[in-house]
Write a protein that binds this ligand. Structure first.
Ligand SMILES: C[C@](O)(CO)[C@H](O)COP(=O)(O)OP(=O)(O)OC[C@H]1O[C@@H](n2ccc(N)nc2=O)[C@H](O)[C@@H]1O
Ligand SMILES: Nc1ncnc2c1ncn2[C@@H]1O[C@H](COP(=O)(O)OP(=O)(O)OP(=O)(O)O)[C@@H](O)[C@H]1O
Length: 295
């Protein structure tokens, strides 16, 4: 059964970045995926996606990403996956992507784009899936997709999908990109990756007593990341996010963060972001629901 599509038919939705404030590898599952503990920090900045829904039954991404085939793009895969869940095969969409996040940076670009597509189209196509159903669907596309669907800063376990929201004090993050693309799969394939960090309880967390188990291997393989970390740690507590290549420094003072950003030497690129407990995607969803409730 086809439902009539509601207005508005055109909308911009945010696709925010995340940081892994720490990343501990506890072991490995039989399917090869790693058992992790991590602290996902949602950021207030990221990409944007524009959705124009129609009745063509076709999913079209109008903004190509160089080197990524249309059918492999996580945005297209997410839209088609949702389309297949119900009797929505006549629902179509044209999507534009305003890409701001570096790819292969460990800040979740592709996963966040997939999550935004699922959340936005669930609303625009009126599919009616709840957050748990969307997170389960998202996990098929990548381990990081569920956290972006939840849209909460969270302590996480499993492959990253067992999520406990936490509230962190406001911090500013200077995220620096050394201009290298690192494949997550390559890092997790490394024979010498440490895989035996002991489980931690959230009440025992501190930045100083946690670490990123991928950082040393990445620094060994990519000296530019090591050089960047050595430079950044001079100004503030710093660490690599995810499997790299981006690293971040933590500030409680925005002005100081901006000052350090002005020192970042070329060719490194950087952006400054505020840590938020609730992601811009989640906020957008609340806004959209509030508007439709009053109509
Ligand atoms: C490193 C993190 O970014 C931390 O947030 C994520 O765990 C990675 O999430 P992601 O990019 O969505 O990862 P996926 O696209 O699901 O997996 C990419 C590759 O990383 C490896 N992988 C990923 C997550 C995980 N917990 N264990 C793994 O071993 C798998 O070999 C997989 O082939
Ligand atoms: N919409 C998309 N945006 C970015 N990358 C995409 C997208 N669709 C598919 N990809 C593929 O995913 C790869 C990883 O990109 P992504 O930006 O998600 O890495 P990442 O920041 O390291 O992710 P994570 O932190 O989740 O590991 C890219 O190299 C690209 O081949």
């Amino acid at each position: 059964m086809d439902t009539e599509l509601k207005f508005p038919h055109h909308q911009w939705w945010p696709s925010p970045a995340k940081l892994n404030l720490f990343l501990h590898i506890l072991g490995r599952y039989e399917n090869g995926y790693h058992q992790l503990q991590t602290l996902f920090q949602m950021l207030d900045t990221g990409d944007r996606l524009h959705f124009s829904i129609n009745n063509s039954g076709k999913v079209l991404l109008a903004t190509a990403i160089p080197g990524v085939a249309h059918k492999d793009n996580l945005i297209v895969r997410a839209a088609k996956l949702l389309q297949q869940q119900g009797q929505w095969c006549s629902h179509g969409v044209t999507i534009h992507l305003d890409k701001q996040l570096p790819m292969g940076g460990g800040i979740g670009g592709g996963s966040s784009n997939a999550a935004t597509t699922l959340v936005a189209l669930n609303d625009l196509w009126q599919c009616g899936l709840d957050e748990n159903e969307l997170a389960t669907l998202g996990l098929q596309l990548g381990a990081d997709v569920p956290i972006f669907i939840r849209g909460q800063t969270a302590f996480a376990g499993g492959v990253g999908e067992e999520i406990s929201p936490v509230s962190l004090p406001t911090r500013w993050y200077l995220v620096v990109n050394p201009g290298i693309h690192i494949s997550t799969a390559d890092v997790f394939r490394e024979p010498n990756l440490p895989r035996n960090t002991l489980p931690m309880e959230w009440k025992d967390y501190s930045f100083a007593d946690s670490h990123n188990d991928c950082q040393q291997i990445v620094c060994d393989r990519y000296p530019e990341v090591a050089k960047l970390l050595q430079w950044l740690v001079h100004y503030a507590p710093s660490r690599m996010t995810g499997t790299g290549a981006c690293v971040f420094a933590t500030f409680s003072d925005e002005k100081l963060a901006r000052q350090v950003q002005s020192f970042v030497p070329a060719p490194w690129k950087s952006f400054l972001a505020k840590g938020v407990n609730q992601s811009p995607l989640k906020q957008k969803l609340y806004e959209v629901n509030a508007t439709s409730d009053t109509n």
